[in-house]
Design a protein around this ligand. Structure first.
Ligand code: FAD
Ligand code: UDP
Length: 408
């Protein structure tokens, strides 16, 4: 007899949300997760120094979707956190010195880069061309016929976008999907937050406890370190679980190409290498223990939770976790430098970012068509749908799929 009504592959935001909803509606759900932990890329944990880190990259929750916010708020309280990011660049005319200004590039950034007078005049000009509080993408700004605005657009392109995008994608802003740079538009405002969404914050105890609560239900059987490739097989329109026909819904949140043994070729991705460093304040007579680096002065490594290196350095950005999580750690801090490169599929590599373009979308469409031959199989999530989704979008899509599967 079949013991489960539904099978969910992956325990990131997509899988955990669907599993949680189905289970609470009375379905028996089996969740297979190949990592030894829940949370997918949003997983967080304490490092060897007791610092709460995001193992797979910094995750900041933000949404305008009330349903998603209220849904997750059943499983966590929130630390009121508004994300602010600066670009750290060599100073024009004094390249040995550095300066920082807000990203998205805004009216404050203008005044920092060009000085108060010229910066203000440029800001006024931009506002009369596009409107106050407007967001203008860098590619749109570069289309301006006004020579002064065009020169400014070139400045922002050179100082904020081109090198960062080359590091992140190995391609220029013109070569990548325009929706990607549009995530970080020039903002004709003094609002220096990275996101303007209505709801923003960090899960107060971290992401992992949120996932544990979401998945804690008598109707959910969670198997960790369980790769679906060892349990699920697809044969001529039929889904088999451990060799037995499975006729419930199967929600798959892993890579679409891997599910079908890469039969049409691998989908291209970017992967990341994370370089973690722990720094400790140097106090007289107290040597810094092995494995930590001496922090020259004070509590923190850098001025903001995330500092983007938009003109130089091999990494794209540095994140200082305690500035994100609010963890109280006198004199101790862990930071992470992000290095991006092509995903090769080598063991242990993680496909973090789909490379969205026409050719890759067409390849993905072949896998999607293959999946559609299995009526009970649903592809959901950032990997399975080959999209650049934020966490809130994934939760929204997962709730909609659960509604559909439950006939609500
Ligand atoms: P994932 O989190 O990737 O989960 C998929 C899970 O499926 C994984 O745990 C994987 O191990 C498992 N799996 C795959 N194949 C199998 C298999 N064969 N068998 C069993 N299990 C399998 N979003 C934001 O909103 N804010 C942010 O600040 C933010 N920062 C980000 C930073 C980085 C560096 C990255 C890469 C993403 C960021 N995101 C952010 C996006 C966010 O990570 C995703 O929206 C979210 O994690 C997607 O959830 P998911 O469940 O679709 O995928
Ligand atoms: N970007 C940039 N400079 C920056 C920040 C972003 O060029 O300082 C571009 C870059 O192409 C990046 C994209 O905007 O990939 C989206 O940035 P976002 O911060 O949203 O990326 P994520 O946090 O998802 O990696």
């Amino acid at each position: 007899m079949q013991r489960y009504d539904c099978l969910v592959i992956g325990a990131g935001f997509a899988g955990a949300t669907v599993a949680g909803e189905l289970a609470r509606a009375g379905k028996k759900v089996l969740v297979l997760e190949r990592r030894p932990h829940v949370g997918g890329n949003a997983y967080d944990c304490l490092d060897d120094h007791g610092v709460l880190i995001h193992k797979y990259g910094p995750h900041i929750f933000h949404t305008n979707d009330k349903r998603v916010f209220e849904y997750l708020s059943q499983y966590t309280d929130w630390l009121d956190y508004q994300h602010r990011v600066v670009a750290n660049v060599p100073k024009d005319g004094a390249p040995r010195e550095r300066q920082e200004y807000p990203v998205p590039f805004n009216l404050t950034s203008l005044e920092t880069a060009f000085g108060p007078e010229k910066g203000r005049a440029l800001g006024e000009k931009l506002i009369s061309a596009y409107g106050a509080e407007k967001k203008v993408t860098i590619l749109e700004l570069r289309q301006s016929k006004d020579p002064e605005i065009a020169a400014l657009a070139d400045y922002v392109y050179d100082h904020v976008f081109v090198q960062y995008t080359m590091k992140q994608w190995g391609q220029t802003p013109e070569e990548i999907d325009p929706n990607t740079t549009a995530r970080v538009p020039v903002f004709l405002s003094r609002d220096d937050r990275y996101f303007q969404d209505k709801y923003q914050g960090m899960p107060i105890e971290g992401y992992t406890p949120l996932f544990q609560k979401l998945l804690r239900h008598p109707n959910i059987t969670l198997k960790l370190s369980a790769d679906a490739r060892r349990h699920l097989s697809l044969e001529a329109g039929k889904l088999l679980l451990d060799g037995e026909p499975f006729d419930g819904a199967v929600v798959y949140t892993g890579q679409a190409d891997e599910l079908f043994d890469f039969q049409f070729g691998p989908l291209p991705y970017r992967t990341l290498d994370f370089q973690f460093e722990t720094w400790q304040e140097q106090l007289p007579g107290k040597p810094v223990p092995a494995g930590r680096r001496p922090l020259p002065a004070g509590e923190f490594y850098q001025t903001h939770a995330t500092v983007n290196y938009t003109m130089d350095k091999p990494y794209t950005r540095i994140t200082e976790f305690k500035r994100l999580t609010g963890q109280d750690l006198p004199g101790l801090t862990t930071i992470m430098k992000e290095h991006s490169r092509s995903y090769t599929g080598a063991p242990g590599e993680i496909p973090y970012y789909a490379i969205i373009n026409e050719e890759n979308n067409a390849l993905y469409a072949k896998y999607k068509a293959e999946a559609e031959r299995y009526p009970d199989l649903r592809l959901l999530g950032r990997l399975a749908e080959y999209k650049y989704y934020n966490m809130d979008a994934i939760v929204g899509r997962a709730l909609a799929l659960a509604d559909e599967l439950l006939g609500r």
